[in-house]
Design a protein around this ligand. Sequence first.
Ligand code: 5GP
Ligand code: ZN
Length: 114
Amino acid sequence: MGDCIFCKIANGEMDTDLVYEDEKVVAFKDINPQAPVHLLIVPRKHIPTLLDLEKSDEELIGHIYKIASKLAREEGIADRGFRVVSNCNEEGGQTVFHIHFHLLGGRNLQWPPG
Ligand code: 5GP
Ligand code: ZN
């Protein structure tokens, strides 16, 4: 976790504008946006993948979804529709091994994703 990029962003060691922060979570714009709104919601706790979640993390994950809905409203994409997605391991498309939730919206999102 010493060289984890999302730990560094959460700790303020990287120059990243946060759109939201509290004691458990930070949120910021994805550096390579896939939609007009593309935020990443990231727990401050270093958890490598969804497979590493523990029972004690259940409240944290509920909190993240609550923040996702709050940010969707604030970004003006709530009524049109949006997506919250978390990728796991290689074939799931995970490239940063510190769990995070993509909040995507502002265009017609395709399903299923590629
Ligand atoms: P994953 O592929 O793991 O689901 O998502 C990782 C996301 O993090 C990608 O969408 C990528 O663009 C984003 N990302 C990677 N490095 C940085 C960074 O340094 N800053 C920001 N803001 N986003 C990043
Ligand atoms: Zn980390």
